[in-house]
Design a protein around this ligand. Structure first.
Ligand SMILES: NC(=O)CC[C@H](N)C(=O)O
Length: 360
């Protein structure tokens, strides 16, 4: 069965239909990872987006039960050059197509993803629709402005606890990748996961020793409730933010964010940690970034920069024990070079606990 991918600029790609057969519109983006499609498909930060994989063969190791980053994927569509129908891997339990059908994600295969990626690089991310081929009603689709409520769609509705014998951490879920939780439980933390709209008062009532702000979909400016909450928690407890969490911390501290032309999505983005003078390979998925010039005059200090385009990849607060990065130290998928940041968070928590004890 044939299917079309129609871009906002009028470009039409015709290929083979996979996954769900419904029509779906979203923001078209590309990811350059050679592997990791299962983690990418289940990363809630892709809510509302149609993801193109630039690597030409996708699905060759199937889908397994271990590599999910969320239970219910929220990506709107998937675009590949070649969809592997006969995966081979000892962990594989179903094919990528079976998974896409089950989770109602439409996909297209057999199109020139290199050409598509070049268009996105040149014109920037844009709206696109996946639709049945040859349906004349769809020749000129009407594109929406996109969504603004993605975080409320993917955040947990109710708080829950993942018990541990170590530090008490409250994890504010803006669309959490499970890898973040795994990195905290690996360090024995007692984690309470709370919805994105929890107030500072509700969070502080849980007596956290550290607060973690997760990744999440969409524009950080669409979540003003979190910006207010962050302003109020920073003076009290060590805070660590990842991706959307980093953007929200920056907004709360008076800096600004902007939409990038086509963003960073892949598993091999080099980032320099200016505090230790080392460059690491990082996993990334973001379409917005903190505006570098906006850091001036705030209490934020630039700590990480992207080697490819000099954009802001991390900041820390000059007064409070708050720090954050734009990339994914939890990897999943991608290199684990920067998991030391979770250790840094543990150290900040220990230091704050010691200071609190001394003050008694
Ligand atoms: N992975 C994320 O948290 C992404 C943050 C934000 N939605 C962006 O695209 O920039």
């Amino acid at each position: 069965m044939k299917r079309q991918l129609i871009l906002e600029d009028g470009t039409v790609f015709t290929g083979d239909a996979y996954g769900d057969l419904n029509q779906k519109e979203g923001e078209i983006v590309f990811n350059t990872g050679m592997t990791g499609y299962q983690e990418i498909l289940s990363d809630p930060s892709y809510c509302g987006q149609i993801v193109t994989m630039t690597y030409p063969l996708i699905g060759n190791y199937g889908i397994n039960r271990d590599d999910f980053e969320s239970i219910d994927p929220s990506v709107f569509g998937f675009v590949v050059k070649e969809m592997c129908e006969a995966p081979s891997n000892f962990r594989h339990e179903e094919t990528l197509d079976e998974f896409l059908k089950q989770k109602e994600i439409p996909a297209i295969s057999g199109i020139d993803t290199r050409k598509l990626t070049k268009i996105i690089r040149k014109h920037g991310t844009m709206r696109a629709v996946l639709t049945a081929a040859g349906d004349e009603h769809n020749d000129k689709p009407i594109f929406s402005q996109g969504m603004t409520d993605q975080v409320s769609r993917v955040s947990t509705k109710n708080p829950y606890v993942v018990p541990g014998r170590g530090h008490r951490v409250v994890l504010v879920d803006f669309g959490m990748k499970h890898g973040i939780l795994r990195d905290l439980t690996k360090r024995n933390c007692h984690v309470t996961v709370v919805p994105y709209d929890y107030t500072a008062k509700q969070i502080l009532a849980l007596k956290p020793e550290g607060i973690m702000l997760t990744n999440g979909p969409g524009d950080p400016k669409d979540v003003p409730v979190a910006i207010d909450m962050i302003k109020d928690i920073m003076p009290h407890v060590p805070v660590f933010g990842i991706c959307l969490g980093h953007q929200l911390i920056s907004l709360a501290a008076g800096a600004d964010t902007e939409k990038m032309r086509f963003g960073h999505r892949g598993s091999n983005h080099p980032v320099k940690d200016l505090t230790i003078g080392k460059t690491h390979l990082t996993s990334q998925n973001h379409g917005y970034a903190v505006t570098r010039a906006s850091l001036e005059g705030t209490d934020l200090e630039l700590t990480h920069i992207a080697i490819n385009d000099d954009s802001v990849e991390g900041v820390k607060h000059t007064t409070y024990p708050t720090f954050c990065v734009q990339y994914h130290p939890e990897s999943s998928p991608g290199p684990e070079d920067t998991s030391y940041l979770f250790d840094q968070f543990m150290t900040n928590i220990e230091n704050a606990k010691r200071l609190n004890k001394e003050a008694l």
